[in-house]
Design a protein around this ligand. Structure first.
Ligand code: ZN
Length: 366
């Protein structure tokens, strides 16, 4: 499979457009014309992963963390951050990073962690804003079903657990075909009035182009009248963090034990001993302390994340939601495993997907 096709498949499953403003994800180094038959999936790019890829005959490395978070003006082996990219490029390896594109999907890192910690029916803690578009198209009544079905099949009308959501109202369209037009109804030079439906469907912006193409293909008119509106609603399909309830209330002490067991974490940090009962749990894997306010607003009993600073703990002492630091790496413990599963789903038998054995902590207890 060409790398360009592999990248397209990954982007369809984990849309980078949704997080492009805040993160550097997608193909970081690569040649779209390369043939790709084998890949290595890893938490981060490092020397061990590069050797592993070369030894196993893989020319694609898919990582969770992006190896190029900040803009760089040069790539040299003497600068510490991007040198793994130089090494990868010199070994003719392609590197693709998913990072927050894996965070914001329903079966991504946060819902995975929520399920491991026993949260029931988790929802997004902070649904993504500005991901929705409304497509409105005017269609002759005899083609309403065909157009609606084509748009649905392309992914329009998905709202939470519902698919194919659409609204149609009846009206009259009018138009004057010009010279050289070949109208579906009417004749050039004569104003035509036609019974039309106004069909409305919501769509994720990452999918809007595909839906418009499908809509145009199914529509009988030579010139299709349609509008694409941005919506102010937050997405039901993409977001950061997760929040949900435990099946039963449990003591803070017991729940902290559960976190440690699930994450294989020797210790956790909190501002004080957790002596309250826990039922409603919010979390955000990685550096998620900026979502602590959402957890408080949603009345979570506890919020679990990583990279919590001294002053974050201080401020949390005045608020009812217990803030817990389970470390950045601890909360992302299962990222590579999850990514491996998703890549296998995407590529099935077409690309061999190996999980890296070179997982290591960038910070360890010494
Ligand atoms: Zn991270």
């Amino acid at each position: 499979m060409k790398l360009s096709e592999a990248v397209k498949k990954i982007r369809e499953r984990l849309p980078v457009e949704l997080v492009a403003d805040q993160d550097n994800v997608g193909l970081i180094v690569g040649d779209y014309d390369d043939e790709c038959g084998k890949m290595v999936v890893a938490y981060e790019l490092n020397g061990g992963v590069i050797e592993e890829a070369v030894e196993s005959g893989s020319n694609l490395i898919v990582t969770y963390h992006t190896p190029l978070f900040r803009a760089a003006k040069s790539f040299t082996t003497s600068s510490s951050r991007p040198d793994f990219l130089v090494q990868a490029a010199r070994r003719l390896l392609n590197v693709y990073a998913v990072h927050t594109a894996l965070d914001v999907v329903r079966d991504g890192i946060n819902f995975d962690l929520a399920s491991r910690l026993g949260l029931r029916n988790p929802k997004y803690l902070s649904p993504l804003p500005d991901t929705l578009r409304k497509i409105v198209v005017f269609v002759p009544r005899d083609h309403l079903e065909k157009v609606r079905s084509a748009m649905s099949k392309s992914g329009a009308g998905m709202i939470g657990n519902y698919t194919g959501c659409a609204f149609a109202s009846e009206g009259e369209g009018s138009f004057l075909p010009g010279d050289g037009a070949t109208p579906y109804v009417g004749t050039p030079g004569k104003t035509e009035r036609a019974s039309e439906s106004r069909l409305e469907m919501v769509v994720e912006k990452s999918n809007a182009e595909r839906v418009v193409r499908a809509m145009m293909d199914a529509h009988p008119y030579e010139e299709v009248a349609y509008d694409v509106y941005p919506l102010l609603n937050s997405s039901a399909n993409y977001g950061f963090g997760a929040i949900g309830d435990l099946e039963e209330k449990m003591s803070g002490e017991k729940f902290l034990e559960r976190i440690k067991n699930v994450l294989g974490q020797a210790f956790l940090k909190a501002a004080h001993a957790v002596d309250s009962e826990i039922k409603r749990v919010a979390l955000c894997a990685g550096s998620g302390v900026s979502f602590y306010g959402d957890a408080v607003r949603e009345r979570a009993d506890i919020f679990i994340t990583g990279d919590v600073k001294h002053h974050d703990f201080r401020e949390s002492m005045m608020l009812p939601t217990v803030l817990v630091d389970a470390t950045h790496r601890g909360t992302e413990r299962f990222a590579a495993e999850l990514l491996h599963r998703i890549m296998n789903e995407i590529f099935k038998d077409r690309v061999v997907v190996n999980l890296s054995k070179h997982e290591y902590d960038s910070a360890v207890i010494v």
